[in-house]
Design a protein around this ligand. Structure first.
Ligand code: PMT
Length: 398
């Protein structure tokens, strides 16, 4: 494995001391790590400490002619395999979310083309503030990977969520992403994601709560293992940058058509989309007027994309999802058998944690004569675990 090039941006919070340990961990692994610090980070720790641990001078000025001559801000982002912002304050999240570029870090954020990891750290009330939560959502649409803060006693003495993740957690997550083995190299993988929209009339539609996060995370994880991925997605708010092949659809019928257009030579099909089971039988060209007190909708069953793919009898490995509010295992096994799948990943929906829209999820994965629990974690991490399991069973079947 070649030497990893890590750009660590440190912003001003008490958790800065943890980033010293993070620097040490990467250095010990053999990575080349460069540090940038904001002015407020330097109020907590001297740049000299990071310089000693990384073996390089710390970058902190945007308009420093000497630095620009050596390794300027654009060159730094091109050099890096990965940009990590840890700790990331509420102010930093806000600046990045809204595209400000008034210092070295915020400018680097806009110029970066490499994957970006953010480990937020702040007081729990600031974390829960709608402004912060909105900024997190915006950053997700930029394709940022979050390493969630932890709960517990905070530096201010209050209890709650907002403590920066431990250095080892950040290190393990980044290194796992960077070192994913090419286990699916040259295999063609189709993944469906997000919700379909079934039009009622030109201005209204039936849909569900799927955000696409699970499917997009799977696409990113599969690409990292060398697969040639085609992501066929309903309308979402997520970034498609970095994806090999992306097909945007709206309805279940369009998704069905797109899948069948790409299915030839497919090795692995993963149905993570929440496809509408039914569509309105009629969708008038004009807006339905609200004249009557009651409105009857007649629905028509949509084609089952996953079952139709499995019924093709092609030499491909089919993975379905099961989203259930009760009897998870029972329904998952029933779908595995009825749809003639190779594997099914079942998740609870409609609960406090996991399922639709959330950043985290847990899966009960079943295949013939086997089962594995993938515990609640970030969807990006869970996707890596599921891709590894799929690869294992794909080769076992062969
Ligand atoms: O998108 P997120 O907000 O991240 O949420 C993730 C998720 C909860 C949507 C995802 O993890 C998930 O469970 N996806 C499948 C949702 C679903 O529709 O499950 P189901 O049990 O109704 O369908 C079973 C399987 O058949 C699924 O693989 C589905 O893609 C497929 N299907 C269903 C109906 C249909 N007409 N065609 C299909 O292909």
């Amino acid at each position: 494995m070649s030497q990893r090039r890590i750009l660590l941006a440190v912003t001003g919070g008490i958790a800065v001391y943890k980033s010293l340990e993070l620097t040490r961990l990467f250095k010990k692994q053999g990575a080349d790590i460069r540090i940038i610090m904001t002015k407020s980070a330097m109020a907590f720790v001297q740049p000299l400490s990071f310089q000693a641990l990384s073996g390089h001078a710390v970058h902190f000025e945007l308009l420093d002619t000497e630095a620009e001559n050596a390794m300027g801000h654009i060159a730094l982002t091109r050099w890096a395999d990965v940009l990590i912002i840890a700790p990331a304050t509420a102010n930093t999240l806000a600046k990045c979310a809204h595209g400000l570029a008034d210092d070295l870090l915020s400018t680097l954020y806009l110029a970066a083309t490499c994957p970006i990891y953010i480990a937020p750290a702040m007081n729990h009330v600031m974390w829960h503030h709608p402004a912060t939560q909105t900024n997190l959502k915006i950053l997700q649409t930029h394709g940022v990977h979050f390493i969630a803060p932890e709960s517990g006693e905070q530096a201010c003495g209050e209890m709650g969520i907002g403590r920066m993740a431990e250095p080892n957690t950040i290190y393990q997550r980044v290194i796992a992403d960077l070192t994913m083995l090419p286990i699916l190299k040259n295999l063609n993988v189709i993944i469906t994601a997000g919700a379909t929209r079934e039009p009622l009339d030109p201005v209204r539609y039936l849909t569900n709560r799927s955000s696409g996060k699970m499917g997009y995370a799977l696409a990113a994880a599969a690409q990292k293992t060398g697969a040639n991925v085609t992501l066929i997605s309903g309308v979402t708010q997520l970034s498609t940058s970095g994806l090999h092949n992306f097909v945007q659809v709206e309805t279940a019928e369009e998704m069905h058509a797109a899948v069948f257009e790409h299915i030839e030579n497919c090795d692995i099909f993963i149905g993570a989309a929440a496809v509408a089971d039914y569509r309105p039988i009629e969708s008038p060209n004009e807006k339905i007027k609200k004249n009557a007190d009651q409105l009857m909708l007649v629905l028509q069953k949509n084609p089952d994309i996953l079952a139709d793919v499995a019924a093709l009898n092609l030499p491909l490995f089919t993975v379905g999802f099961a989203a259930e509010t009760h009897n998870l295992e029972h329904y998952a096994l029933e779908k595995l058998t009825r749809k003639k799948l190779n594997m099914i990943a079942a998740n609870w929906v409609g609960r406090e944690e996991g399922g639709f829209e959330r950043d985290e999820n847990a899966l009960e994965v079943f295949w013939h004569n086997g089962q594995k629990t993938l515990a609640m974690t970030e969807k990006t991490e869970l996707a890596h675990q599921l891709i590894e399991l799929i690869a294992e069973q794909f080769y076992a079947k062969k």
